[in-house]
Design a binder for this molecule. Structure first.
Ligand code: NAD
Ligand code: MG
Length: 357
């Protein structure tokens, strides 16, 4: 098992990464908890796969516990489900010194985290992420939220967990498409911060290859996210580099009605496209977009998604990263080296037209 510490003054927490950490999770929760009651928030699919193991480990530590299982899927990141879950926690007798345990992917982590940030004006919580995406990305950093009709993640908070427990064995039950979805963020970390990771991913060759070194790969990714979050907890500057591939990715997700493409598929195509634009303007070393393409293909992700220029325009115009008509765009100068550049949307549109043409 490997561990990492996120050092945010007054809110430090440990991240454990290993195989079969689930069967020991009770000890970690005991260490983090002030009270004796624990509420597990999960989704029904994850509950069926891993709920009993987590409950057993918490019972072994003497916790008085109950489980709230929501429907799997993005639909559960809603105000309706949020309020339902809060009511269930209070019916279960949760008090301010008790602890919430989020067991599942990013949907459960974001929902349970927002519940924990707000119910009773805030209770402690522990993250047990079970998808690759949640293990390398959403469980670390303290951003928690639900969706509103006006858009994704628009009601939320910064609420750091008391601990994050990553069990790499959970990844064995992930469908290929969900695994690939998380790989887009893994590739992103290599592209923005770590050329060695990027090369390693190439040499591992795909899902089965990467599973032989998964503990170390996850450690490397989480360590990058940890460093970025420590430097910019509230997303006021440097944390922006994590959006590499996301601005154009957002256009693809939107064009597919947020259901045709996974987030990772859209980000993968977005990374290639922004690298092409970077090469066109001279910001990005020639050849980076080809390196991204081949790695993205290797991990079952699309290297491009065709949409119209009007769809790009629409998505870029309403992008939440917009500041007037200037937007912050994340480029790479080379593999492993991200830069933030301000660009006006008109120039971006002109460049998109050029690389598409
Ligand atoms: P998810 O939570 O919906 O999980 C995907 C599917 O996999 C679900 O059907 C789930 O039931 C199933 N599943 C989970 N673990 C499994 C396992 N071990 N074996 C088999 N099936 C399993 O999706 P996700 O991709 O993990 O998370 C997406 C969410 O994360 C989005 O809502 C996104 O906004 C959010 N997110 C948040 C942050 C952040 O910083 N807070 C960062 C990135 C993404
Ligand atoms: Mg993302």
């Amino acid at each position: 098992m490997k561990t990492l510490e996120v050092r945010l003054p007054g809110k430090e927490y440990m991240i454990e990464i290993g195989s079969d950490t689930l069967s020991q999770v009770g000890r970690t929760v005991r260490f983090a908890a002030r009270g004796n009651k624990a509420a597990i928030i999960t989704d029904r699919s994850v509950d069926a796969l891993y709920g009993d193991r987590v409950r057993q480990s918490l019972k072994d530590e003497g916790f008085d516990l109950f489980t709230v299982a929501v429907e799997p899927g993005e639909g559960s990141k809603s105000m309706e489900v949020y309020s339902e879950v809060c009511e269930r926690l209070l019916e279960g007798g949760l008090t301010r010194k008790d602890i919430v345990v989020a067991l599942g992917g990013g949907v459960v982590g974001d929902l349970a985290g927002f519940v924990a940030a707000t119910v009773l004006r805030g209770v402690d919580f522990v993250q047990i992420p079970t998808t690759l995406l949640s293990q390398v990305d959403s469980s670390v950093g303290g951003k928690v939220a639900v969706n509103l009709k006006a858009g994704k993640n628009l009601a939320g908070a910064f609420h750091q967990p008391k601990a994050v427990v990553i069990d790499t064995n959970c990844l064995n039950t992930l469908p290929d498409r969900v695994f690939s979805d998380g790989m887009a963020e893994v590739i992103k970390y290599g592209a923005i911060e770590d050329a060695d990771l990027f090369r390693r991913l190439s040499s591992l060759g795909g899902r089965s290859g990467i599973m032989s070194e998964i503990e170390d790969v996850i450690y490397t990714c989480v360590d990058i996210k940890r460093r970025i979050v420590e430097a910019d907890e509230k997303d006021e500057g440097g944390r922006m580099v994590l959006n590499f591939g996301h601005t154009l990715g957002h256009a693809y997700e939107k064009s597919g009605g947020y259901s045709r493409y996974t987030h990772g598929e859209a980000v993968a195509a977005g990374m290639v496209k922004i690298a092409e634009i970077g090469e066109e303007t001279g910001i990005t070393e020639k050849g980076c977009s080809d390196k991204l393409r081949s790695l993205i293909r290797m991990y079952g992700l699309p290297e491009s998604i065709e949409i119209g220029l009007d769809e790009y325009a629409q998505a870029v115009g309403v992008d939440k990263k917009a500041e007037g008509s200037m937007i912050n765009l994340i480029f790479i100068e080379d593999i492993g080296k991200a830069v933030i550049r301000k660009m006006d949307t008109a120039s971006l549109m002109e460049l998109l037209g050029r690389v598409e043409g």
